[in-house]
Design a protein around this ligand. Structure first.
Ligand SMILES: C[S@@+](CC[C@H](N)C(=O)[O-])C[C@H]1O[C@@H](n2cnc3c(N)ncnc32)[C@H](O)[C@@H]1O
Length: 281
């Protein structure tokens, strides 16, 4: 092993395995709080039912456009949000109708551009705030409502949003968040308290680590349910040939999750409406 991976490689493998075992143990001791009737497949069906004429072709086009503008050396590319997860984010934004989205991890802007497209289709005048601490090469598609915080950490961007009195409706985390980010989220008090995490892949990909951190430190997590991707890395295919969500986990306010499942039992056409009383001003 030493000959194959070198000393540093072996040290990294040992560290990763230790982190994975730690997270596995912690999740076993304190599992994330989920709703028994609201798995990811049910949630996706609900989002689809609530979205008239979803433009998945447009999502595909934007996804390809962002990749075509990737300025990194060819051999170092990767790490951008895949099409199945972009399809899911698009549907989530169409359903939630947020005014302000906060994204951690811009990179080449695929997820930010897809979410901005969904905002445009919603027609409510929403905006995506996106932050990246290292990659600075992303230029938004002309006319898309995106504000970039380039070369900054998420905690610095969150401080700016707090100081400007911004109210976030949807947080999408595709980076690593720490204690300071969570303190600031507790202070900013997102209006709808919906948080989506990319790379929720067991045992310990970054989405799992972020979920675990939020579960310990976020004020409103006790009043929320997690909707977790059971088919991690595979995605769902509710319509033939259309893959949706391979690794995005979502934290939903408790009463929304209950309303989704109750309304679904009563009337399938109502099942995906976010409870309007919780939308805020
Ligand atoms: C997986 S990539 C994001 C991919 C992007 N969402 C896309 O669709 O192209 C993660 C990026 O997040 C950035 N990042 C990670 N943690 C961060 C943090 N706490 N603050 C700012 N940027 C962060 C990294 O620099 C990296 O470029």
């Amino acid at each position: 092993m030493l000959r194959r991976f070198g000393l540093r490689g072996v040290a990294r493998i040992i560290r990763d395995r230790a982190v994975a075992s730690g997270v596995r143990l912690q999740l076993w001791a304190h599992p994330l709080r989920t709703h028994p009737a609201l798995g990811m497949a049910v949630f996706i069906d609900a989002l689809l039912a609530a979205t008239p004429r979803p433009e998945f072709e447009e999502v595909r086009r934007i996804h390809a456009w962002c990749h075509s503008r990737d300025r990194r050396p060819v051999e170092g590319r990767g790490g951008s949000t895949r099409i199945a997860d972009c399809n899911f984010l698009y549907l989530l934004v169409r359903w939630l109708r947020p005014r302000m989205i906060f994204e951690v991890g811009t990179l080449i802007g695929t997820s930010a551009s897809v979410m901005a497209q969904a905002l445009i289709e919603n027609g409510d005048g929403g905006i995506v705030y996106t932050v990246d601490g290292s990659y600075t090469g992303f230029e938004p598609i002309e006319g898309q409502p995106i504000r970039r915080f380039t070369g900054q950490l998420s905690s610095v961007a969150l401080e700016t949003i707090r100081n400007e009195g911004g109210r976030i409706d949807l947080v999408f985390v595709d980076g690593a968040i720490g204690r300071r980010d969570i303190e600031l989220l507790n202070e900013v008090k997102p209006r709808t308290s919906v948080i989506a995490l990319h790379d929720y892949k067991l045992p310990a990909a970054k989405g799992v680590r972020n979920a675990w951190r939020l579960a310990r430190e976020l004020d409103f997590v006790e009043r929320s349910f997690w909707v977790l991707p059971e088919r991690q890395g595979l995605g769902y295919e509710p319509i033939e040939g259309l893959l949706i969500n391979s690794s995005v986990a979502v934290l939903l306010p408790e009463d929304w999750a209950r309303a989704l499942t109750t309304a679904q039992r009563r009337d399938p056409r109502l099942r995906a409406q976010p409870p309007s009383s919780k939308r805020g001003g």
